[in-house]
Ligand binder design. Sequence first.
Ligand SMILES: Cc1ncc(COP(=O)(O)O)c(C=O)c1O
Length: 396
Amino acid sequence: MSISQSVRKALEASSWVRRMFELGLEMKKQFGDDQVFDLSLGNPVLEPPKEFHQELRRLAEAPIPGMHRYMPNAGIKETRMAVASRLARETGLSFTENEIIMASGAGGALNVIFKTILNPGEEVLVPAPFFWEYIAYAGNHGGSVRAIPTGKDFQLDLGVIEEEVTSATRAIIINSPNNPTGVVYSPEMLKSLGALLSKLSEKLNTLIYLISDEPYARIIFDGLEYPYVYPFYSPTIVATSFSKDLSLAGERIGYIAVHPDFNGKLELIEGLTYSTRVLGFVNAPAMMQRAVQASIDLNVDVGWYQTQRDRLCRSLEDMGYQFVHPQGAFYLFPKAPIADDVAFAQELISHRVLVTPGVGFGGPGHFRISYSVEERVLEGALHGLSLAARAHGLPG
Ligand SMILES: Cc1ncc(COP(=O)(O)O)c(C=O)c1O
């Protein structure tokens, strides 16, 4: 066997997102690009702000000596200062560059975090449905993920969390706005969660980290202000990136922020910096660090995503689909009209529409639509979604 048993097993179980991606490529070859309506990918479709490209040009035309060398493992000081000052302004907390570690995307950040905090056999609780890669990320570092149910409208169920936290629970990971549901947790919900985790840490005499995975924090609708988790619990570690808010998913740039009031922060930050080095990231991509520094207060056009959401939600509502109205990210997670979400996704394939079955997120009976697609693709997909709804007695 040329590869390890664990990687072989993982390949055999390959994620639904991946499988749909590969199927989409095959179908596009067979039917032509414009005849396949692929809503299965979470790839930001907008271009980055023009200021980002201006900064790249500026850096290329007047290179700073040494700018392509190895950087400090935690990242370039000026970039971390820019991130910290934005966080300080938005949260009122005393963030400095010392609490920021630049990372290779939120995915890289989560691997660094898990490597740093997990002992063998420890677990990370995650409210389902959730981003499936968490399982692999925790597994990479000897830990495991345990999914727990959410309550009405995919909101956190504090009763369940209270029951499920054990002395083996090292962390709970939340993701708001959520992939796949688009749900945003309110400040009241986060406050109650913080109070519960404080109570449980004391009762079990253990440190339970709250990991907040926030790559969609700035893709948020209806004038909502992003409810940060920091005010409510100090053992908080945030993993995030510029993948979605600046449409830089391929550039692998993000950061980790440690709560400035967490009393174990010095050791934690030292650990995170070490893990960045020995996981082979060494430092987050240097040129990207400088480029995002100049774009730190910019965002892609969130209004465009909101228009896509509105178009999709109105149409699906008329067709008779049931779903929770998303307040952020660029996903919708409707109930499938039949119990078997895989079978339903396969039916949609016959209409050349690709979605991801809910099982791929620990949310069976549902399916995920990504509306980060060109308007043409969304329009084409609506036709197929309507036919599939009608086939199951919905208005369509
Ligand atoms: C919930 C969630 N977390 C993390 C990531 C990874 O993001 P990044 O591209 O910043 O690594 C994604 C990507 O889709 C995501 O949806």
